[in-house]
Design a protein around this ligand. Structure first.
Ligand code: SAH
Length: 394
């Protein structure tokens, strides 16, 4: 097996079980290591540290498969996949939810591999050279271990570019069901188009927070900003909100949002969709002196990495400030960031600054995070990307 020798002192992160090796930590590497090939990572005094997948074009030059001297083969992946699947069973999700994340990359010790289950269909994202090299094996194992027959690939995330990989999308096994397909989440129904939707089709990470909104929405006038296909809107209506206004810039998403309200036989008279730019519409609502009892802000990622944090902070501050102004006293702001580059502390500071500049008093009544099927490995805090706060305007 080829090996990579690290610079003196650069073994420290591996000893703490962080799974990435950056190019700058490498002293020496064997020649001709193929993209995705398994390599041994050795300390400067040639001690074995870990076994990893090699990625020649990425700054993250190697991602660890294991810290043991064990073979990386089909049985290795079977073991890891089985552990990931079993760990989801603890949550008893399948009682009222048939769609959830089965494998969450580094958090499940399978760097680069994301697998979501939508009813009886698996949707796979392979994001790195390592998961790509083992894709066929992994696909077979996923079907063997779940007993399912259909698997669709959505490897079209931008991050593949950094790994020198082209996008790949399409059916890998089984028969494509008619799209959109219907899924269940906390006893509600959603139409999901996993072939064309964002990510793998649905924001499964918000499941628990949507349920929270359902519980808090009773009799409220709700504004759901960045609503996508209506995850929060449907939950608010199901929780007997007085009215829900769903805003997004995508007309396709709003079409599905409408459909999802009807599918659940919720009062369509209490629901309005509005296509537009949230930054612009919040200003318009402010000028029109409109107000709401609950405002949800779930914007797309403004800062994938810490380098963009400052610009992202301005974006978050802007929408949170406007939302505080539109919030009636006693109203709730349910606000999120899914930017990897903005940590929970910074996000809270931004929201605090927004309330200050809006001239309102508010308190945090609940912190929110990604759902339990998106766990965070203790040694890989980068896995925690979703931060949320429920703030009460006093
Ligand atoms: N809350 C949703 C997920 C939101 S994803 C859920 O629970 O499923 C982010 C959404 O923001 C996308 O649907 C995207 O179309 C929309 N979006 C991005 N920029 C926008 C903007 N400036 N104004 C309005 N919508 C925007």
């Amino acid at each position: 097996m080829p090996s990579i020798i690290l610079k003196a002192g650069r073994e420290k992160s591996l000893l703490r079980r962080h799974p990435w090796i950056f190019s700058g930590a490498i002293q020496d590497a064997d020649g001709n290591i193929a993209s995705g090939e398994t390599v041994d990572l050795l300390s400067s005094d040639r001690q074995f540290l870990a076994r990893a997948a090699y990625s020649p074009s990425s700054q993250i030059r190697a991602r660890v498969w294991t810290f043991e001297e064990e073979p990386i083969d089909k049985e290795f992946f079977r073991k890891r996949i089985r552990i990931a699947i079993q760990s989801r069973e603890v949550w008893g999700l399948r009682r009222d939810t048939d769609s959830y994340r089965l494998i969450y990359a580094e958090s499940d010790n399978l760097p680069g591999l994301i697998v979501d289950r939508y009813g009886d269909v698996l949707v796979l994202q392979s994001l790195t050279t390592g998961s790509e090299a083992w894709k066929e094996t992994i696909v077979d194992l996923l079907l063997e271990e779940t007993g399912l027959v259909t698997l669709y690939e959505r490897s079209d995330a931008d991050v593949r570019e950094l790994e020198g990989l082209q996008p790949q999308v399409g059916l890998l096994r089984g028969v494509l069901p008619q799209l959109p397909t219907t899924i269940h989440e906390n006893n509600l129904i959603f139409n999901v188009n996993f072939a064309a939707g964002h990510k793998t089709g649905f924001y499964l990470d918000q499941r628990r927070n949507r349920l929270r909104v359902r519980k808090l929405a009773k009799d409220k006038d709700v504004l759901d900003c960045f609503c996508y296909t209506g995850g929060f809107s449907v939950n608010a209506l199901s929780g007997a909100a007085q009215s829900v206004l769903s805003v997004d810039s995508s007309s396709d998403a709003l079409g599905l949002c409408r459909e999802n309200v009807s599918l659940n036989q919720l009062p369509i008279d209490s629901h309005t969709v509005l296509e537009g730019d949230v930054f612009h519409l919040l200003r318009k609502f402010r000028d029109e002196r409109r107000s709401f009892d609950m405002i949800i802000l779930d914007p797309p990622k403004f800062a994938p990495t810490a380098a963009q944090a400052e610009k992202a902070a301005r974006g978050y501050k802007d929408i949170n400030l406007l939302a505080f102004k539109l919030l009636r006293p006693g109203g709730l702001l349910v606000t999120f960031s899914c930017s990897g580059g903005v940590d929970a502390g910074l996000f809270q500071k931004i929201v605090a600054g927004a309330a200050l500049d809006a001239g309102v008093n508010a308190q945090i009544v609940e912190p929110l995070s990604q759902a339990e099927d998106h766990p965070v490995a203790l040694h890989f805090p980068e896995g925690a990307y979703l931060k949320g706060l429920v703030c009460l305007r006093t």
